[in-house]
Design a protein around this ligand. Sequence first.
Ligand SMILES: Cc1cc2nc3c(=O)[nH]c(=O)nc-3n(C[C@H](O)[C@H](O)[C@H](O)COP(=O)(O)OP(=O)(O)OC[C@H]3O[C@@H](n4cnc5c(N)ncnc54)[C@H](O)[C@@H]3O)c2cc1C
Length: 344
Amino acid sequence: MAPRVIVLGAGITGLSSADCVQRACPQAHVQLVSEDFSPKTTGDGSAGFWEPYLMTDSAAQMVKRVSAVTFKHLTSLAYSPLAGVVKTQMLSGYHLCAGVPKEVPSYADTFENYRDLSKKEMERFPDAEWGTFSTTVSVDVTPYMAWLMRSFKAQGGIVRRQKVTTIEEIASECDILINCSATSSRYLFNDDGVFPVRGQVWKVRAPWLKHFYVWDNHGKGHTYILPGVDYVTVGGTAQVGDWNRQPDSQDAARIWENAVEFLPALRQATPLKSWAGLRPSRESPRLECQPMKVLGRTIKVIHNYGHGGSGVTMHWGCALEVARMVLEALGTEENEAKQIVSRL
Ligand SMILES: Cc1cc2nc3c(=O)[nH]c(=O)nc-3n(C[C@H](O)[C@H](O)[C@H](O)COP(=O)(O)OP(=O)(O)OC[C@H]3O[C@@H](n4cnc5c(N)ncnc54)[C@H](O)[C@@H]3O)c2cc1C
């Protein structure tokens, strides 16, 4: 019988995992089960900007590894004929700081052209004490997820809409369960370590902005202006433990005031919408395989959740690791599994 795999959760984490698993194991019967799908997932409202954000030091090495894999994947899409379909682009810009110690992030070498700003460049940002310039990659997540979904279905992947209230509801249908349920892992898998960090942003049209700006003004939090292909994301908030997915008018006003004060070039932008979502945060993202006894039967559960403010940045590297774990769980030798995954 074909191995039965269920991927729970169709955010960018679950969808990319499902696609990679189905392509790595064409003999498997892979079902993507989720309450919501794009365009109603967290990634759809995100900026789709590649940079690890709001992650703890304890996760640094793992985050760097999977993020670098994702950078390579998105960059190759940005240079391919698919760039206009998945809406991926290379994007350069500025990190500016005041009141925070100068440090080089552990992932700096993944950026292209990471360097300190020159004296002349700093003159444009009189409130900043120091700054860096770098080139990264961004993706408009909704068209990208539509492309991933077409790929998954084309390989024979099955999609099912269902809100799962207990694991027992789906465990009897699978041999391997891939958990990409983000903050719902709190109640589905009793993980008190996962919590929301609410983020609110504006989506605006301002096609004259060609660079990104991240302004870390100590005491006022982060202001970020991140151009995608079709819109600019302006943020933001980071409200720990706040479950409210509705945009708040006071947050919206404050985000806009801070952003325009920092970058007056934004003032004539056309507002498209205000949006809020929950970063599924955790001390360290969970990416591991665990046997679990459910209804008297042992199944393998592969956890892939808790990526906080970096889910887009990490998704592809994590999805490839999930595909490797599935191959190994199905008896493929470690080296062969690595080879199969390297071809995806
Ligand atoms: C304002 C904001 C801006 C951001 N910007 C960036 C950025 O620029 N770059 C970056 O890397 N990251 C960014 N992030 C973070 C990123 O969006 C998230 O880390 C990522 O989208 C999480 O994806 P996910 O698939 O793990 O979770 P989700 O998108 O939340 O998906 C979870 C899925 O599980 C399903 N599900 C949950 N519970 C159940 C259940 N009981 N039954 C069935 N299905 C269930 C849901 O329906 C959903 O499909 C941002 C986040 C916010 C809020």
